[in-house]
Design a protein around this ligand. Structure first.
Ligand code: ATP
Ligand code: MG
Length: 431
């Protein structure tokens, strides 16, 4: 999509549904203050997209021609962040308005090494139009002017919102090579907005999915967690499977889903669907529960396989071996890792026949209990079990929390100096 092929479109107030009353007051204050000081300022990104779709935005981002130092000076309640490209966070009670200066990508043709576009994102300040073109997808590149109420579309995003498609700005292959995480973002937005991925963009993923390996483990893990945040984990992971992204990001899970006659009807989909449907047992889905939901079906299969061979196995050992590779690859914190191991291993105590094997009071006091109970609920829902079985546990846990009000507060972990990250315990080989 060349810049000059697309005609800039401006929608007047009467032509769109975005109303100022749906925009965060503090974001409006920020934009007004910038404008009062002679700068341009627009609401940009996902905020405009979601308002046009009648959804309430997760956050409000502002773009301006003021440089970071100038923005910082205008807002006493702000901090400058970012090393390569500085942004300003204007802090309000309980929220942050992110203000960035218009910038442009260095064109691919100007890049020195055409074979390796990755992370050559030495972008510099630019115009609003250039700022729109450096964004990832057309639906994410719309600008809203708080004063004139105009929506400005440099990239064809309004049409794509109507058509319900996620389309890369520019050549998908180049854009995905520059930043492979954009492929994951395409999948996340498609699932969350229930949009299709436009053909060329989809082909761009098909041709470049292996590049996702280049993203740092920390960024990837953060992105994996984001896939769970909008109640659409099931369609998202189905799309990851379909696009082969899963085979690179989570190869063991991919293999589990593909194995045998499972393919499309993997039990994983049922577990993810149950999580998406919302849970009665937890109010917040923590990262350990996200990962537990992903790997529980695989854990169960391993356990059943070993047990059917008549072997006595420790549930903790099986859990550790199932989680070992993903934990190692993404440097999953030990605390999260063991929370999942324990949540898996605790499942056996929920079965009514096993009740007497452990003190229920001790069980609810364990750190992984909330995840364990949530996982039990997920399994009951996914397999059509009797949800009434949850009741006594919810009651017991409620009593425990009443007596221990700090139970769910995150515990402070002691940070030790010179403590290089320890390797995960070696995986136990199947004998
Ligand atoms: P969400 O509702 O999940 O916050 P969002 O579209 O606002 O969705 P953000 O991650 O908050 O996404 O990013 C804000 C905007 O910055 C995006 O809408 C997009 O225009 C731009 N952007 C973010 N990440 C990238 C990227 N990797 N490449 C290009 N543009 C990006
Ligand atoms: Mg956002």
């Amino acid at each position: 999509m060349a810049k000059n092929k697309i005609k800039t479109k401006v929608l007047k107030r009467s032509e769109h549904i975005v109303s100022r009353s749906n925009i965060d007051d503090d974001a409006i204050k920020v934009m007004r203050r910038l404008k009062n000081h002679g700068f341009e300022a627009y609401l940009v990104g996902g905020g405009v997209r979601d308002l046009l779709l009648g959804k309430s935005p997760k956050d409000f981002d502002v773009s301006t021609d003021a440089h970071p130092g100038q923005i910082h000076k205008l807002f006493r309640n702000s901090i400058m962040i970012g090393r390569r490209f500085r942004l300003v966070h204007v802090m309000f009670r309980g929220k942050v308005i992110e203000v960035s200066t218009f910038r442009r990508d260095v064109d691919a043709k100007d890049k020195q090494d055409k074979d390796d576009l990755y992370q050559k994102r030495d972008n510099t300040f630019g115009t609003p139009e250039e700022d729109a073109f450096r964004r990832d997808f057309t639906v994410n590149a719309l600008f809203y002017d708080v004063r004139s109420f105009d929506i400005i579309d440099y990239v064809g995003g309004l049409d794509d919102i109507k058509k319900q498609v996620i389309r890369c700005i520019g050549d998908p292959s180049i854009r995905f090579q520059e930043d492979p995480v954009r492929m994951l973002r395409a999948i996340r937005f498609a699932a969350r907005l229930n949009f299709n991925i436009e053909k060329k963009t989809y082909r761009g993923i098909a041709g470049n999915y292996k590049d996702i390996k280049k993203a740092s483990p920390a960024r990837m893990l953060e992105e994996i967690y984001k896939l769970f945040m909008f109640g659409v984990a099931q369609p998202t992971f189905k799309l990851l499977k379909k696009t082969k992204m899963m085979s690179v990001m989570l190869p063991e899970l991919d293999e589990f889903v593909s194995r045998g006659k499972r393919g499309k009807d993997s039990p994983l989909w049922g577990f993810l669907g149950a999580l998406d449907g919302g849970l009665a047992t937890v109010s917040r889905v923590r990262p350990s529960l996200m990962l537990a939901t992903l790997y529980y079906a695989s854990f169960k299969e391993h356990l059943e396989d070993l047990q059917s061979e008549g072997r006595r196995v420790l549930h903790e050992d099986v859990a550790r071996s199932v989680l070992h590779d993903v934990a190692d690859r993404y440097h999953i914190p030990k605390k999260v890792f063991y929370n999942i191991v324990h949540a898996f291993a605790m499942q056996r105590y929920f079965h009514p026949s096993n009740r007497n094997r452990i003190s229920t009071k001790k069980l609810v006091a364990r750190e992984a209990f909330p995840e364990a109970l949530a996982l039990y609920e997920i399994e009951l829902k996914a397999t059509g079990g009797d949800l009434k079985l949850l009741k006594p546990w919810i009651k017991l846990y409620g009593e425990y929390k009443r007596d221990n009000p700090d139970a769910e507060k995150p515990k402070r972990t002691r940070r030790r100096r010179n403590n290089p990250r320890k390797k995960y315990p070696p995986r136990k080989k199947k004998e």
